[in-house]
Write a protein of this length. Structure first.
Length: 323
């Protein structure tokens, strides 16, 4: 998946810290036990010497199979002697084995040439933590979305805002459960506090769990950073054009709240159009209606949204105020 380079680097750094901690803990335990069982120190020195001899053999051009076998048998004999000595003194035979966080890959992040599941989980958690800094990700799930906050009075179209919210909830749940990097685009419309961000983040939670890279941000923050990048002011920017256009799922919250300029309109069009061409899903939420969006961004954007986005309109009062 197309995670940001910073996400991959953070995962690598965390794996390195895990390996270092495992080695330090094992070393400390070995020193502690060796102080009680002095013979262990001598065995460990002999094992280290064998390891050094084996490493030197890699540079030896002649026949080395016999010597490798001799050293292997000597190492196994010493390991057996060490285990028996530990058991004799009341310890588990494997007590000095390095205890890695992930015993499958020994905290390297890879096993049999493939990325280990522990590495994948690290990447997911890093993405979650990045979004948590910007939105209440953990609070916004499908389980915590409550249609009872919507009016149950039937409208002119024959359904109530509550029934409509229930249908939209089910639509979003199905969308998330089948989400992939070629899923369709969504546009949430409605007034302030009617659940647009909540449902967007509920989808984000599932997409992350499915191993997809996700970038979430308000329209104002995304466009501000892209403008800084465009004018060479890239310091301390979280968003950049490469990642915004390339991530598996982009969520633009509160479209229309950014400072309106020719650059912002062109930037929004470029994001929407480029991701459509790349067939990468985008979720947008806005308080604007279609006419407002047309006035703000022009007919080109509205044409792209109308033709390529499924529009979900939530109606009701500000739920935060009701709560």
């Amino acid at each position: 998946m197309a995670y940001k380079s910073e996400v991959y680097q953070k995962a690598i750094n965390m794996l390195e810290r895990r390996r270092e901690k495992a080695a330090l803990d094992a070393g400390a335990l070995q020193r502690e036990i060796s102080a009680k069982i002095p013979e262990l120190e001598e065995i460990q020195k002999k094992l280290s010497a064998i390891g050094f001899s084996l490493s030197k053999l890699f540079f030896f051009e002649g026949s080395k199979e016999a010597e490798v076998e001799r050293l292997r048998k000597a190492s196994l004999a010493l390991q057996k002697e060490r285990s028996e000595l530990l058991v004799k003194n009341g310890y588990d035979a494997q007590v000095l084995t390095v205890k890695y966080f992930c015993p499958v890959c020994s905290d390297t992040g890879y096993y049999n040439g493939h990325m280990c599941s522990c590495h994948k989980e690290l990447l997911k958690e890093i993405v979650r933590n990045e979004i948590r800094k910007r939105a209440p990700l953990d609070e916004c799930t499908f389980e915590t979305f409550d249609p009872r906050y919507y009016p149950d009075t039937v409208m002119e179209n024959g359904i109530s805002p509550r029934e409509k919210a229930e249908r939209i909830l089910e639509t979003c749940r199905n969308y998330a459960q089948t989400f992939n990097v070629h899923s369709p685009n969504l546009m949430f419309m409605g007034g302030t506090g009617v659940g647009k961000t909540h449902l967007s983040l509920a989808i984000v939670n599932v997409a992350i769990n499915r191993g997809c890279s996700v970038i979430y941000g308000t329209s104002q923050n995304i466009i501000s950073d892209l403008q800084n990048e465009s004018f060479g002011r890239a310091e301390n920017n979280y968003y950049n054009e490469h990642d915004v256009l390339g991530t598996d799922l982009l969520v633009i919250d509160d479209l229309g709240t950014e400072f309106s300029t020719k650059f912002s309109a062109a930037c929004v069009y470029n994001i929407i159009n480029t991701r459509l061409l790349r067939k990468k899903p985008t979720i947008i939420s806005t308080n604007y209606g279609h006419d407002d969006l047309a006035r703000e961004y022009g007919q080109r954007i509205i044409s792209r949204i109308a033709g390529e986005y499924s529009t979900l309109i939530l109606e009701g009062s500000d739920i935060r105020y009701i709560k």
